[in-house]
Design a protein around this ligand. Structure first.
Ligand SMILES: Nc1ncnc2c1ncn2[C@@H]1O[C@H](COP(=O)(O)OP(=O)(O)O)[C@@H](O)[C@H]1O
Ligand SMILES: [Mg+2]
Length: 253
């Protein structure tokens, strides 16, 4: 089964092409990485896939559904969730509350029912709390549920963002540089967490600069250069590709 299909995708900002004629497919149930130098268009691609940006041309299908013209929340309701390159954590809330925000996309009761505190809403809140706790447990953070987010070290804040994304029970998770700023041990643990996320049935689209992490856990890798596809294949194929070595991996030493 194909999870993501991108066809001849274009996105330009006032004449500057951030994504040019990009075509690729991501099978369901895998970890698929998008790599490339700064400015290659990786975050733009995520913004297109989540509906924050509208394509200038081309098509995107997620689980067979054409997402052109859909709003971000409509794409989210297809089971698409993301984490951000820059942390998006509510520092004035607890860890658990932060994760509960992620569940609210899944919750059924509306705002008015919520304001009236109907029994159905109270049940719903209990359910949301349970889902959030499950996501925290999955990320080995259950013991931190009551802590204020602003008391967490950076590495834990990165995991908190992932827990919140998982609370929405995504079928497709887009992760934008989850290992940025992490030390070697934390990066290893992040890799294991991403593998566990994939094993539980979530397709992962990963943007990441740490090549050890990318090549260690990805089933497929796509290399972007100036918004264009430079190469695509298994980690081994991509690492052997002379154009990739020249354009990108070579710079990394
Ligand atoms: N909202 C925007 N407005 C104008 N230019 C943008 C916008 N978003 C991205 N770009 C441009 O698109 C290109 C790709 O950026 P980006 O997707 O952030 O790259 P990456 O994530 O690979 O580092 C860059 O030249 C960037 O300046
Ligand atoms: Mg980026």
């Amino acid at each position: 089964m194909v999870c993501v299909e991108v066809e001849h995708l274009d996105k330009s900002f006032g004449g500057v092409a951030a994504i040019s004629d990009l075509t690729f497919k991501v099978q369901e149930g895998i970890i698929f990485s998008v790599i490339g130098p700064n400015g290659a268009g990786k975050t733009t691609l995520f913004n297109l896939l989540t509906g924050l940006y509208r394509p200038s041309g081309g098509a995107i299908r997620i689980k067979g559904k054409d997402i052109r013209g859909l709003k971000p929340h409509e794409i989210a309701s297809l089971g698409v969730t993301r984490t951000f390159q820059n942390l998006q954590v509510f520092m004035n809330m607890t860890v658990l509350e932060n994760v509960m925000v992620g569940c609210h996309m899944r919750s059924r009761s509306g705002l008015i029912a919520g304001a009236l505190r109907l029994p159905s809403v109270l049940r719903e809140e209990r359910r949301v709390r349970e889902m959030a706790m499950e996501a925290l447990e999955f990320c080995d953070m259950a013991d931190l549920a009551g802590r204020d987010a602003d008391s967490l070290a950076y590495g834990l804040l990165k995991k908190l963002e992932i827990a919140r994304a998982l609370a929405a029970a995504p079928g497709l998770l887009l992760m934008d540089e989850p290992a940025a700023g992490l030390n070697d041990t934390e990066t290893l643990m992040m890799g294991r967490l991403i593998e566990r996320i994939c094993k539980r049935g979530t397709t992962v689209l990963l943007v990441e600069h740490n090549m050890g992490l990318v090549m260690g856990i990805s089933h497929g890798v796509l290399v972007l250069n100036y918004g264009r596809l430079l190469a695509q294949g298994s980690p081994e194929e991509v690492q052997r590709n002379p154009e990739v070595i020249a354009a990108y991996l070579g710079d990394e030493g």
